[in-house]
Write a protein that binds this ligand. Structure first.
Ligand SMILES: Nc1ncnc2c1ncn2[C@@H]1O[C@H](COP(=O)(O)OP(=O)(O)OP(=O)(O)O)[C@@H](O)[C@H]1O
Ligand SMILES: [Mg+2]
Length: 371
């Protein structure tokens, strides 16, 4: 898939912007604070329905404006065109449309425009706590299988209610059984999806990493499921274990008033040549791990959805060394890519691109790709 056109009105520092893109590589050069990330954010926003930088939609509206409007035209590989529109209003919920048809829920956007974003903050996937890694997994899975997003929402709802029930049980008799059944039902589905996803991602990440490190390093992804698994347990087996362990924890849960078991406590571990990357990896190894992961994400999404997603590279080229830059660019042959940078350095290696200049919320095209 590729984005043909974008239109923004009162979005961040863009008063009005209308732009055409190349279906291959698009490079945006500009000084700090000119609107480069804002543009990538707008694209991401139309894929996911929220920003990767803020949870407050109001931040996306140009200061002192009442509302904002974003639109893009997407072309699928089969030639089908999709128009995505989002209207933002400071006083109302956002409104999304696909091909002019209003969506009941923002989540219905998922699966139309798929994106993978790679920015310097992605290092946090390795460095930060488990919730960043769960978000990473959930983000990808929600794009690949919109149903996953729904199940996850259901699970979170039950989890919240169960935590409330646990707090009540501290003071009076409450039957936890109905909560347990539902938690285990949705939780098991999440665990199974994550296990499958990580299995696929792990194979691809390992391949990418071996290539990037010239066969020197073996990168392994390990799903640290909250429900311990030794083999390919069936849904029934996971459910039984989940329920049994949950019952065993009841006294402790009531004491603490929270749910202690379930996929809300899952984690993902990275190992290079048998050593934990978070604890023992060098800065460079951590960065390369994220690069391998991102490249694997592209391939996995292609495998699962039949099309490459759109790739957003925010300010990452200059952080990679020469041969990593080359590896990355080489793997982008059939992927529409948006690259931002403060300088032209390391962009010279790209032979075919649309080149744009970003300055103060305005974008000028400097060079158009011939294809
Ligand atoms: N809601 C808003 N209304 C108006 N301007 C905004 C809004 N939100 C952010 N900005 C402005 O957008 C600019 C930042 O844009 P952006 O983050 O895209 O910069 P950038 O070009 O990516 O810079 P850098 O190279 O530092 O990453 C800032 O000048 C900021 O004040
Ligand atoms: Mg930026």
């Amino acid at each position: 898939m590729h984005i043909e056109k974008i239109h923004l009105r009162n979005y961040r520092n863009y008063e009005t912007l209308t732009l055409d893109f190349s279906s291959k590589i698009n490079v945006f050069i500009g000084e700090n604070a000119q609107g480069k990330t804002n543009l990538l954010e707008a694209i991401y926003f139309m894929a996911i329905g929220k920003s990767f930088r803020t949870s407050k939609d109001g931040d996306l509206i140009e200061i002192e404006k009442e509302g904002a409007y974003t639109k893009l035209l997407l072309c699928k590989n089969n030639g089908q065109e999709k128009r995505i529109e989002i209207g933002l209003d400071r006083l109302k919920n956002k409104k999304c449309k696909i091909n002019g048809v209003p969506l009941d829920r923002v989540a219905e956007l998922l699966g139309t425009l798929n994106v993978v974003i790679f920015s310097p903050e992605d290092l946090q996937i390795i460095k930060q706590g488990p919730s960043q890694r769960r978000d990473f997994i959930d983000g990808d899975l929600s794009q690949i299988t919109p149903r996953y997003h729904h199940i996850l929402g259901q699970y979170q709802k039950i989890l919240k209610q169960r935590n409330q029930a646990l707090k009540m049980k501290q003071f009076r008799r409450v039957d936890l059984e109905p909560w347990n059944t539902q938690l285990v039902h949705y939780g098991t589905e999440i665990i199974l999806s994550r296990r499958e996803f990580i299995k696929g991602l792990s194979i691809l990440t390992r391949l990418m990493h071996r290539k990037i490190t010239r066969e020197k390093e073996n990168l392994k992804l390990i799903y640290e499921s909250s429900i311990p698994m030794e083999k390919e347990e069936s849904a029934q087996e996971i459910k039984a274990r989940f329920l049994r362990d949950l019952q065993g924890l009841e006294a402790e849960e009531i004491k603490r008033g929270i749910t202690l078991l379930g996929p809300h406590r899952d984690d993902l571990e990275f190992e290079i040549n048998g050593k934990n990357v978070k604890k023992f990896g060098s800065q460079g190894q951590q960065r390369t791990t994220v690069l391998s992961l991102k490249m694997a994400e592209l391939e996995l999404m292609k495998k699962e959805t039949g099309e490459y997603p759109v790739l957003l590279l925010d300010d990452v080229m200059s952080e990679l060394d020469e041969h990593r830059q080359k590896d990355l660019l080489q793997s982008l042959k059939n992927i529409q890519t948006f690259i931002t940078s403060t300088s032209m350095e390391s962009m010279e290696k790209i032979d075919e691109m649309n080149l744009y200049e970003v300055r103060g919320g305005k974008i000028k095209i400097l060079q158009k790709s011939v294809s």
